[in-house]
Design a protein around this ligand. Structure first.
Ligand SMILES: Cc1cc2nc3c(=O)[nH]c(=O)nc-3n(C[C@H](O)[C@H](O)[C@H](O)COP(=O)(O)OP(=O)(O)OC[C@H]3O[C@@H](n4cnc5c(N)ncnc54)[C@H](O)[C@@H]3O)c2cc1C
Length: 384
C-alpha cells in the first residue's frame, strides 16, 4: 500500500481499533471509528477490569521478543492520555505437569535480560497459602510483568482520540466492505476512505472472509470472586498467578487498584457466536471450576460476585498467531486475539499504521504482528 496522509476508517473500538486510530492520528491521518455498540463496548474482548502483561510468553517466543517494544508502546500511549494504567509486578507460574513451558521461557527471559527464578516448593505454603500444593512440580517467578487496566485505557484513549480530531460513530454496525473501492456501509449509508482497517475482534468472520479458514470465535468463561476471610489479606498482596497443567489451567488477577479478584480458564473452547447470549451457564463454568479446584485450596468457599462469558478469536491450529493482513487494495484486517492481544494492542496498531504510512513493508507488518520476527529483527526494529 502506498504512502499517503488521507482519511482512514477504523472498524471496531476495542484495543486494536483504538490503538490503530491512535497510531494513525499521531502520524497525521484523519480517522473515523465505526463501532457496532457503545464506545467502549462491554461486549468487546478488550472490555474488562484487568489484563495480564508479561515478558514470559511460553512457547510463543516470537511474541516474547516483541514485549520490550510492547511495554514501550504502552508507555508512549500512557504519556499521551496522561495516565499510567498499569500496575507493574511479577507473574508467578505454578506448573503441575511436565508442560512444555520452562525451557522456552528461560531462553526468552535470558535473551531479553529479564529476571526470573524458581521458588522452592517448600516455600509455597508460607508465601502463597491459597495455593493447592498437591501436584505442583515447579514454581517460577518472572519479573517485569503486571496488570493493565483495560476499561480505563479504552476510556482515556477514546477521550484523547476525540480531542485529537477522531470522529466516532457508535451503534454503527459495518457491513458490505468493498476492499478495492475502499467503501463500507453503516446504518444504510456508504462511507469512503483512502484505507479501511477492520479490527472486529470475535466478529471478524462476519465482516470479511479473509481469515475465516484460520480463526474461529472462542467462548470463554471468567469469574470474579470474594475469597474466604482467612485469604483476604494474602490476596491483597498476591502477584498475577498462572497455573499450568496439561489439560487444565487458570490465570488469576489479584484484587488490586480498584479491581476484583478474577479467575479465568486458558483452555480455548473454539465454539460459540459473539452475537449470542452472554449468560455463563454451568456448562460454561464446569471446566473453570475444575481447574480452579486443582489450583486453589478451599476453592468451593470462594463466593462468586459475577460469572461472565466473553469471546475472542483463536487460530484453528495451535499456533495462536495474530492474523493481521491486507485485504485487496484498501483494507487491513486485524485479528489480534487468542487471549493475549491486549498487551500487544498499541504495538499492533502502530505496526498497521506504519505499513499504511509506508514506513514498513506490508510483509514485515504481517510478520511482526504474527510474532514471527527473530530476536535480532525485533531489536533492529526497536533501534530503527
Ligand atoms: C476473558 C479474557 C481474558 C483475556 N486476558 C488477556 C490477558 O490477560 N492479556 C492479554 O494481553 N490479552 C488478554 N485477552 C485478549 C485480549 O483482551 C484481546 O486479544 C483483545 O482485547 C482483542 O482486541 P480487539 O480490539 O481485537 O477486539 P475487541 O476488543 O473485541 O474489539 C472489537 C470491536 O469491534 C466491534 N465490531 C465488531 N464487528 C463490527 C462491525 N461489523 N461494525 C462495527 N463494529 C464492529 C465490536 O463491537 C468490538 O467493540 C483476554 C481476553 C478475554 C476475553
Amino acid at each position: 500500500m502506498s504512502n499517503s496522509r488521507g482519511k482512514i476508517i477504523v472498524v471496531g473500538a476495542g484495543i486494536a481499533g483504538l490503538s490503530t486510530a491512535w497510531a494513525l492520528t499521531r502520524r497525521g491521518y484523519k480517522v473515523e471509528v465505526f463501532e457496532q455498540g457503545p464506545i467502549p463496548n462491554p461486549r468487546a474482548s478488550s472490555y474488562d477490569e484487568h489484563r495480564i502483561t508479561r515478558h514470559a510468553y511460553g512457547t510463543l517466543e516470537g511474541y516474547g521478543y516483541l514485549m520490550p517494544r510492547a511495554f514501550r508502546m504502552y508507555e508512549q500511549l500512557f504519556q499521551d492520555i496522561g495516565a499510567r494504567h498499569i500496575l507493574p509486578g511479577s507473574v508467578v507460574y505454578f506448573l503441575r505437569d511436565p508442560v512444555d513451558w520452562y525451557e522456552p521461557v528461560s531462553r526468552t527471559m535470558t535473551a531479553l535480560g529479564k529476571a526470573f527464578h524458581e521458588i522452592p516448593l517448600a516455600e509455597v505454603p508460607d508465601r502463597f497459602p491459597m495455593i493447592e500444593t498437591e501436584g505442583l512440580t515447579q514454581v517460577v517467578e518472572t519479573e517485569e510483568g503486571g496488570m493493565l487496566f483495560p476499561i480505563r485505557i479504552l476510556t482515556d484513549l477514546t477521550v484523547w482520540l476525540g480531542n485529537n480530531g477522531v470522529v466516532f460513530h457508535s451503534d454503527a454496525r459495518v457491513g458490505d466492505v468493498d476492499p478495492e473501492a475502499g467503501t463500507i456501509v453503516a446504518n444504510g449509508q456508504t462511507h469512503r476512505a483512502d484505507r479501511i482497517v477492520i479490527c472486529a475482534g470475535a466478529w471478524v468472520n462476519k465482516i470479511t472472509p479473509l481469515v475465516e479458514d484460520v480463526v474461529v470465535p472462542s467462548r470463554q468463561a471468567v469469574m470474579y470472586l470474594t475469597p474466604p476471610a482467612e485469604y483476604v489479606e494474602v490476596w491483597k498482596t498476591a502477584p498475577v498467578m498462572i497455573d499450568l497443567g496439561t489439560d487444565s489451567g487458570t490465570y488469576t488477577l489479584p484484587p488490586k487498584n480498584g479491581t476484583r479478584l478474577k479467575i479465568g480458564d486458558h483452555v480455548f473452547t473454539r465454539s460459540g457466536d459473539a452475537d449470542g447470549d452472554r449468560i455463563a451457564s454451568d456448562a460454561d463454568l464446569a471446566r473453570l471450576n475444575r481447574a480452579a479446584r486443582l489450583a486453589y485450596k478451599d476453592f468451593d468457599r470462594y463466593r462468586v460476585i459475577e460469572k461472565k462469558v466473553c469471546f475472542y478469536t483463536v487460530t484453528r491450529d495451535p499456533s495462536e498467531e495474530f492474523q493481521v493482513k491486507p485485504w485487496g487494495e484498501k483494507v487491513w484486517v486485524v485479528s489480534a486475539c487468542s487471549g493475549h492481544g491486549f498487551k500487544l494492542g498499541p504495538l499492533i496498531g502502530d505496526g498497521v499504521a506504519a505499513a499504511i504510512a509506508g514506513e514498513m513493508s506490508d510483509e514485515d507488518a504481517v510478520r511482526l504482528t504474527a510474532g514471527r520476527m527473530s530476536l535480532e529483527e525485533a531489536r533492529a526494529l526497536e533501534g530503527a
